[in-house]
Ligand binder design. Structure first.
Ligand code: NAD
Length: 480
C-alpha cells in the first residue's frame, strides 16, 4: 500500500478542493477506511449563487462559437491527461476501484477521450426543405444553464458525459456530484478549470437536496441526471415548475442470454467482465444471466474459474483488478440479496460471504446458480459483485423472462454463432443490446435506456442534440 504523502500531486489535488480544517465531511478510503480528506458541503444559497454565475457566463461562452469551445475542450482533455495519475489515485481511494484493469486509470483516460470526441463531433444544421417555395432548416442552439447530477460508481466519467456535450454546445454547467464521491469530481472539475474560462463549469458538492434544488431552479434549462430510478422520478417532479428538459440515465437489471450450444470457454472472460466491471457497480453491467440447459454447468464452471483467477483487494495495489463496495449501504444490499438467494435454494458456486480479511467493505465475486425469477437477487438491481445464473430450456421463455423487468438499460445475447445471436438481439427490451459482449460503450455510439431505465440519449450526435435547443429557420424558397 502506498501513502498519499509519497504521491505529492495527489495530496496537492486534495488540498486544492477539500474543506477547511473542521469544516465539511470526512471522506474515507473505500478499501482501508482511512480518512482521505474533507469534502465541502454547500448550501442551497451557494447553489443559487453558482447558477447565477453560470447564467451570467453563458452568453459569452456561447458567443465564442464552436471552434473556440472545441479548443477549450481539447485543452481540458490535455489538463486531465497531465494530472491523470493523481486523479486516478484519488478516484481509486475514494470510489474503491483499483488503478488497473477497466478501473481508475481507464476511467480517467475515458474522461479525456470523451472530451476530445465531443470536440470532434459536429452537429450541422439540417436542411428540411429546399424547393422553389420554401427553404427550411433545423439549427441547434445552446439551451442556457445545464444542471448535472452524477452518481458515485463512475463519478468522473459520468460527470464528463454530462459536462462535455453541454459545454460543446455553448451551455454552461453546474454539477452536483454524489455525496459519496465528491472529492473525485471536485478534483476533476478543478483540473478542467485550470484552462476553462471562469464560471462555465461549477461544481457544488452537498446532499441530495441540493440536487432537488438544482433540478427545480428557474434558471436551469436542462437536467442531466444519472442515478437510481427512484431519484429519477423525483427529478421529473422537481422539473414540473421550470419545465427543464431532462435526460434520465437510471438503474438497470440487465439480462444476458446464452443460447443453446454456446462454447462456454470462448465467452467466459467477456461474460465475467460484462457482469463484474467496477466490481459490479456499473449501471449497464450484466445483472442476470440466463443460460440454456445444454451448456448451463459448463458456463457456471467457466465463470467460476475466471473468478478464481481475478484478484480483489485495495485499489492502490497494482495487482488487483476488483475492489471493495464503495459504501456500506451498497455492501448491505449485496449481503442481503445473497442471504435471501441462499434461503431460496440458490447454490453458491464461489464467494457467498463477506471477505472480511480484505477489509470492511469487501465482498468476493459471488456466483449463485439454481435461482430463478421471483427471487430478489434476480428481480432487483444488486449493483455489486454477485451474479445470479438462471437455467432455461425454452429460448422464447428466456426472452420473456428477460423482458419482464420494469427497467431496460442494456442486454446481451451470447452464441457461438453471432448471426444467430443477432437475429434474436432486437427482441430484447433495452436501450442497447450487445452480441457476445456486455457493457462496452463508445463516445460516438448513443447510449440510453427504455422503461424504468429512463429516457434521452447520451454520446455522439444524439448526445449533442440532447443539450441543445432545436430551432426551425423557415424562409422563402429559390424562386424568390
Ligand atoms: P442516486 O439516485 O442515489 O444518486 C444520484 C445523484 O442524485 C447523487 O448525486 C445524489 O446526491 C442525487 N440526489 C439524491 N436525491 C436527490 C433528489 N431528491 N433530487 C435530485 N438529486 C438527488 O444514485 P447512486 O446510488 O449515486 O447511483 C447508483 C444508481 O445509479 C444505480 O441504480 C445505477 O444503475 C444508476 N446508474 C445509472 C447509469 C446510467 O447511465 N443509466 C449510470 C450509472 C449509475
Amino acid at each position: 500500500m502506498s501513502d498519499p504523502i509519497q504521491f505529492p500531486a495527489e495530496a496537492a489535488l486534495i488540498e486544492r478542493v477539500q474543506a477547511a480544517d473542521g469544516e465539511g465531511r470526512e471522506i474515507l478510503d473505500a478499501a482501508t477506511r482511512e480518512v482521505i480528506g474533507r469534502a465541502p458541503v454547500r448550501s442551497c444559497e451557494d447553489l443559487d449563487d453558482a447558477v447565477a454565475r453560470a447564467k451570467a457566463a453563458q452568453p459569452a461562452w456561447e458567443a465564442l462559437g464552436h471552434e473556440q469551445r472545441c479548443e477549450y475542450l481539447r485543452k481540458a482533455a490535455d489538463a486531465i491527461d497531465a494530472n491523470a495519475e493523481a486523479l486516478a489515485r484519488l478516484l481509486s481511494r475514494e470510489q474503491g476501484k483499483p488503478l488497473n484493469g477497466p478501473n481508475a486509470r481507464f476511467e480517467v483516460g475515458g474522461c479525456s477521450a470523451w472530451l476530445r470526441s465531443n470536440a470532434a463531433t459536429a452537429l450541422e444544421p439540417q436542411v428540411l426543405i429546399d424547393d422553389e417555395h420554401l427553404h427550411a432548416e433545423l439549427v441547434y442552439k445552446a439551451l442556457g444553464v445545464v444542471g448535472a447530477i452524477s452518481p458515485w460508481n463512475w463519478p468522473m466519467m459520468i460527470s464528463v458525459w454530462q459536462i462535455g456535450p453541454a459545454l460543446r454546445m455553448g451551455d454552461t454547467v453546474v454539477i452536483k456530484p454524489s455525496s459519496n464521491t465528491p472529492l473525485s469530481v471536485l478534483a476533476l472539475v478543478s483540473v478542467m478549470n485550470e484552462v476553462l474560462p471562469p464560471d462555465v463549469l461549477i461544481a457544488v458538492p452537498g446532499p441530495g437536496e441540493l440536487g432537488a434544488r438544482l433540478a427545480s431552479h428557474p434558471d436551469v434549462a436542462k437536467v442531466m441526471f444519472t442515478g437510481s430510478t427512484e431519484v429519477g422520478r423525483r427529478i421529473v417532479e422537481s422539473t414540473a415548475g421550470n419545465l427543464a428538459r431532462v435526460t434520465l440515465e437510471l438503474g438497470g437489471n440487465d439480462a444476458g442470454i446464452v443460447l443453446p450450444g454456446t462454447d462456454a470457454s470462448a465467452i467466459a472472460q467477456d461474460l465475467f467482465w460484462g457482469a463484474f466491471i467496477n466490481t459490479g457497480q456499473t449501471c449497464a453491467a450484466m445483472k442476470r444471466l440466463y443460460v440454456h440447459d445444454s451448456v448451463y454447468e459448463d458456463v457456471v464452471q467457466a465463470l467460476a474459474e475466471v473468478a478464481r483467477q481475478t484478484p480483489m483487494g485495495p485499489g492502490l495495489d497494482e495487482g488487483n483488478v476488483l475492489g471493495p463496495l464503495q459504501n456500506k449501504a451498497q455492501f448491505d444490499t449485496v449481503e442481503r440479496l445473497v442471504e435471501d438467494a441462499k434461503a431460496h435454494g440458490g447454490r453458491v458456486v464461489t464467494g457467498g460471504a463477506p471477505a472480511t480479511e480484505l477489509g470492511e467493505l469487501f465482498y468476493p465475486v459471488t456466483l449463485v446458480a439454481d435461482v430463478t425469477d421471483g427471487v430478489a437477487l434476480v428481480d432487483e438491481e444488486q449493483f455489486g459483485p454477485v451474479l445470479p445464473i438462471i437455467r432455461y430450456t425454452d429460448v422464447e421463455d428466456a426472452f420473456a423472462r428477460a423482458n419482464a423487468a420494469e427497467v431496460g438499460l442494456g442486454a446481451s445475447v451470447w452464441s457461438s454463432d453471432p448471426t444467430e445471436a443477432r437475429a434474436y438481439a432486437t427482441r430484447m427490451q433495452s436501450g442497447t443490446v450487445w452480441i457476445n459482449a456486455h457493457g462496452g460503450l463508445h463516445p460516438m455510439v448513443p447510449f440510453g435506456g427504455v422503461k424504468g431505465s429512463g429516457y434521452g440519449l447520451e454520446f455522439g450526435v444524439e448526445g449533442l442534440k440532447s443539450v441543445a435547443a432545436p430551432q426551425v429557420v423557415s424562409g422563402p424558397g429559390r424562386k424568390h
